[in-house]
Design a protein around this ligand. Structure first.
Ligand SMILES: [Zn+2]
Length: 181
């Protein structure tokens, strides 16, 4: 369900059989998102939205509703580019340095560039397509090193350094970019 709100633009309403409470959050597209119990009517959802308006404005970083559609488009284009690039780049470095991973997943989280799970799935943020290649490669090498070290220990960084001796500079530079769209 989607509510069109004067102030917040499109509000995503997700019905959740397991929840009893209403929870507000921000979707990866920057829209306001409500998680509501399964049988919540639109009328009720709107009422909750209205009674929480002040709290939402204070606490949640909703992106400008006027740009929702153009951000959707940007994201679509970025996803397209990422699909044609990131899995291959990952494969290239994995082969080059002898890493074995299970799966490459493309993500669009707002806060992280990549991750590596214990089942050897590597997630790469499509926002990487917006940063310089050298930083993109650094993230890939960082996640690959997590295949051997599921932490940020000294051994982990030593392994990253083997493949990217400027990793400290790259890590720092990456902070000036935002993974979200
Ligand atoms: Zn890490």
């Amino acid at each position: 369900m989607k509510i069109i709100d004067k102030e917040f633009g499109e509000v995503i309403v997700r019905k959740n059989a397991l929840t009893r409470n209403i929870k507000f959050s921000i979707s990866t597209s920057g829209r306001l998102q409500m998680s509501v119990p399964k049988y919540t009517s639109e009328f009720l959802a709107k009422r909750f939205l209205n009674s929480n308006r002040t709290m939402i404005k204070e606490k949640l970083p909703i992106k400008n509703p006027k740009d929702q559609r153009s951000r959707d488009y940007q994201k679509k284009m970025l996803m397209k580019k990422a699909k044609e690039y990131l899995p291959y780049r990952l494969e290239y470095y994995a082969k080059l340095y002898g890493y074995k991973y299970e799966k490459c997943r493309l993500s669009h989280a707002n806060t992280r560039w990549g991750s590596c799970s214990s089942n050897k799935t590597i997630s790469l943020n499509i926002g990487l397509m917006k940063v310089p290649e050298v930083l993109r490669d650094y993230v890939i090498l960082h996640e690959l090193a997590h295949l051997n070290h599921m932490n940020h220990s000294r051994d982990f960084w030593a392994e990253v350094a083997q493949h990217d001796k400027n990793y400290k500079i790259h890590e720092k530079k990456l902070k000036s970019f935002n993974p979200g769209i």
